[in-house]
Write a protein that binds this ligand. Structure first.
Ligand SMILES: Nc1ncnc2c1ncn2[C@@H]1O[C@H](COP(=O)(O)OP(=O)(O)OP(=O)(O)O)[C@@H](O)[C@H]1O
Length: 309
């Protein structure tokens, strides 16, 4: 695991700053969503981390080391990169695509073959079925999974992702997002995820770095941003329904109290998504639900619980 630190990072094109005086710490082993409106400097920031874009000022530290001191190979080994259009090589098979970085690093064939199969399993694509397919034979969701597998190939501690789920339809997007979260729970990569989609940031981000016009508007957990927005811009960007949207990443278990339920009314399973619980309360016209774990009542959930920290 490796943290990433940006110190007073600038990128200037002529007299225009794409990114200005950006100081930011991406915590080790966690997902940080780099969020903000179009043109605010997210992609430029991400590309300065892997040096596809050269900063005009400031420093990027990877695990405490200035990335200017790292050779190309070290950067590739340490950072996987996933982009929206996936960028798979069309004439390569799925296996060859995934093997790109290990090949550059000079791994032997047996090791590469083992690794490709392991990664296909990890992203939920049966190796026997998918190894020899070409990118054109994949659905959008499958291609995106191959993109993730390729980025993970050399087991880099850092994963840089630029709108990785942006091209998928909403249903496929949620599925691939869930799979990605499951993978991250096993691998604990330091992930920087560029997105302009607030829902995606609230769902996936352990932290959110919200940018505005090349600068950092606010850094914090999704709850911190929603409950204590630091400026009118942050408040406006999050919008009135952010309180409801943030519930999507919580379950009833996270917010319930263990007090005895005062109602014999409807019971909801403890693992239900909190946003679904809210929808249920509104539909049933009740301000409290009994929380069930299997056949047992384990507590209660009130409207107030859903609105609090
Ligand atoms: N090569 C370049 N030359 C000149 N200006 C650039 C260049 N690359 C980016 N910019 C400008 O820098 C600003 C930030 O661009 P960037 O692509 O980082 O934004 P973004 O937040 O990723 O936007 P989007 O969500 O639309 O991709 C924009 O105003 C853009 O026009």
């Amino acid at each position: 695991m490796t943290s990433i630190e940006l110190h007073q990072l600038d990128k200037q094109y002529g007299s225009v700053y794409a990114v200005r005086d950006l100081t930011l710490h991406f915590p080790e082993g966690r997902i940080t969503a780099l969020l903000g409106p179009s043109g605010c400097g997210k992609t430029t920031t991400l590309r300065m981390i892997n040096r596809l874009v050269e900063p005009t000022g400031g420093r990027v530290l990877l695990g405490g080391r200035d990335t200017r001191e790292l050779k190309g190979e070290e950067l590739r080994r340490n950072m996987g990169y996933v982009i929206q259009q996936v960028g798979l090589f069309p004439h390569y098979s799925v296996a060859q695509n995934i093997a790109t970085v290990p090949q550059l690093l000079g791994w032997d064939r047996a090791r590469i073959t083992r690794r490709v199969d392991e990664l296909l399993d990890l992203v939920g694509l049966p190796p026997d079925e998918f190894r020899l397919k070409r990118p054109a034979q994949l659905s959008g969701g499958q291609a995106q999974r191959v993109g993730v597998a390729r980025a993970l190939a050399a087991d880099p501690p850092v994963l840089l992702m630029d709108e990785p789920f942006g091209a998928l339809d909403p249903i496929a997007r949620e599925r691939v997002q869930d799979e990605f979260l499951a993978i991250q729970r096993q691998l604990h990569k330091t992930v920087v995820l560029v997105t302009h989609d607030l829902d995606e940031a609230l769902r996936l981000g352990d932290y959110i770095a919200l940018m505005h016009a090349g600068q950092l508007a606010q850094f914090g957990t999704p709850d911190e941003l929603v409950l204590t927005p630091g400026s009118p811009f942050v408040e406006r960007f999050l919008g009135d329904d952010a309180h409801i949207r943030r519930l999507a990443r919580k379950t009833v278990r996270d917010l319930m109290s263990h007090e005895r339920a005062s109602t014999a009314g409807p019971g909801i399973d403890v693992n239900t998504n909190a946003r679904t619980a809210l929808a249920w309360m509104l539909r049933e016209g009740v301000a409290e639900l009994r929380v069930m774990e299997g056949e047992r009542t384990v507590g209660r959930l009130t409207l107030r619980d859903l609105g609090g920290a």
